[in-house]
Ligand binder design. Sequence first.
Ligand SMILES: [Zn+2]
Length: 260
Amino acid sequence: MYQNKLMRPYILAETNWEALKDTKFDLAVLPWGATEAHNYHLPYATDNIQADHLVAESARITWQKGGKIIVLPTIPFGVNTGQSDIYLDINLNPSTQLAMLSDIIEVLNRQGVFKLLIFNGHGGNDFKPIIRELGLKFPKMFISLSFFPQMFDKSLYFEEKGDHADEMETSLMLYLKPELVLPKEKWGDGNDKKYKIKAFTEGWVWAERKWSQISEDTGVGNPHKATKEKGARFFKDVTEKMSSLFYDLCIADVDDLYEQ
Ligand SMILES: [Zn+2]
């Protein structure tokens, strides 16, 4: 197998037919992000950049342990139905995601890569109903889904709560791509408005928020205590834990998934 040092054999976009014609993978990972405003200071590709780096590093560790993993290219657009009036937030409807995933899974299924993990990097993407439907259509496939912001108790890493362009995302971006983060004086406060109807804040009733009405700067969560060091620590813990999941999935027998 020919590779130079810069080619990562577990990243499909970088490897080649020479390497792949005799290789069999056990697990495909599909990172899925979004292209959307992230407060004033983070790039539109924040979710994609985070997903790219988190998945690549996790896959590197998995590959080193011997896991047969292949990372598919990150899908750069996500569901942004609630941000229709935010300039150049590029919305992909859930029905489009279903069509795309169906085509991708058809390839994997036909070619015998029966395990797929969707690495979701954007809160607006909701793959569960899609996975249920495609699981029925492709019964040989084992399709799973991860959402890394829920992996750990974020308060062990970050002081301020948030879920969009918050202290966590700003810290990660300061660690991964500081050149794309605006200087601190440009950071908005990420204040968001809650529903007046109390039940919505209790978490058992849901409606999509009209983003431009709940946040002035498009952020949800105060980023001001973000640091590169916090980002580095979170990145390391996420990728270590994620790589164990990747490895477990690589070696899992899909006909024997449940405890006795
Ligand atoms: Zn984000």
